[in-house]
Design a protein around this ligand. Sequence first.
Ligand code: PMP
Length: 358
Amino acid sequence: MAWNFAAGPARLPDAVLAQAGALFRRSDDGACTIERPFSGPRFRAVLANARQRLAELLDLPSNYRILFMAGGAMQQFALLPMNLARAGQAVAYADSGYWSRRARQEAGWSGPLIEAARHPGATALTAPVAGKWALPADCAYCHITPNETADGIAYPALPDTGAVPLVADCTSALLLAPLAVEKFGLIYASAQKNIGPAGLCVVIVREDLLERSPVALPAVFSYRQQAEAGSCVNTPPMLALEMAALVFEWIAGQGGLPAMAAANQKKAALLYGAIDGSRGFYQAPVEAVHRSPVNVRFQLAADALTERFIEQAAAAGLQHLRGHPQVGGLRASLYNAMPLAGVAALVDFMADFARRHG
Ligand code: PMP
C-alpha cells in the first residue's frame, strides 16, 4: 500500500477514481462525455449539476455566482486586478508567505500596491495578525491566502477589511471545512488539490463585483462575461468538471463540509501530535495556532538525516514528503481524500525512524 502526500496535484477519493472510468464509456449517442459539444444539453446538465452541488456544499448565499474557469490559480492572480480594479486604482495584498507573494507579484502592473499586513519576522512562521486592517477606502480589494500551501500556515481568523472586498486564494483551503462565504467579495481555488484534476479553477464572486469587469476586457478573461455565459464563453475543461462534480457528490455523501472538517482535524492532530511528542527529533516550525491543518510542515532536528528520511519513507510507501523547494524540510499534505489510515502509516514510520536514528 502506498500513500501519496503530494501538495497538489494530490490524491483524489478512491470512490471518485472508481467512478471516473465510466466517463470514458460511450453512450447511446456514440459519444462519451468529453466527445460531446459543450453547448449541448448533456454537458450543460453536467455543468448545472456541478454548480448546484458546490452551492449546496458551501450553503452559498444567493448573491454569489460560481464560475468554472480554465487554467489555474496563477491565471486568477492576473485576472483579479484586470477585473476588479480600475486603471491606476490601488490594490492591497497581505504577505503570509510564498503564495501570497506570488499573487502580489502578478498584480504589480495594475496600479499602486498596498501591503495590508505581513507576517512578523524574516520568514513566515505565522499568518499576519487578523485584526481590523486599515485600508484606504478607494482600494479595489484586499487579497489574502488563507492557507499557505508551501509554508504550512493558515489564518486562525479572518481580518476585517471594512468596505474593501476581501479576496481569497483558497486553492489549498476550499472544501476542507465550512466557509463563511458572505465575508468575501471573491474566492478562487484551482482544482488539483481538493476538487479534481488540474485545468479547472473555481471562482466564487459576489454579484455586485461583476459590474467592475471592464467592457474592453477580452471575453475569456472577464468575470462578468463568464458569468453571463454560464462559464461557457469558450470550451470549459470538461473532463476536470465532470470529475469535480463526482468529488462534490462524494463530499456530500460523507456528510458535507462539517464531516470533512472533523476528519481533517483528526488527521492533523495525529500528525502534529507525533511531531510535538517526538522530544525534538521532529519539529514543526510554524506557531501552533497558525499551523495549516492540511499542509503539515516539519523538519528533522538533525537536518543531515532529511534525505535518508525521504528515501526510507518512499521505500515504505510514503511518497512525496519533500517540502516545497522555497521552504525546504518536509511536508505532508492531508486534503480530504487522505484517509486517517494514511496518516497513521506515516506516524508509525516516523516513530520507527526516530527509534533507529535517535
Ligand atoms: N495558490 C496556492 C495557495 C497554491 O498552493 C498554488 C499551487 N500550489 C497556486 C496558487 C498555483 O496554482 P496553479 O498551479 O493552479 O496556478
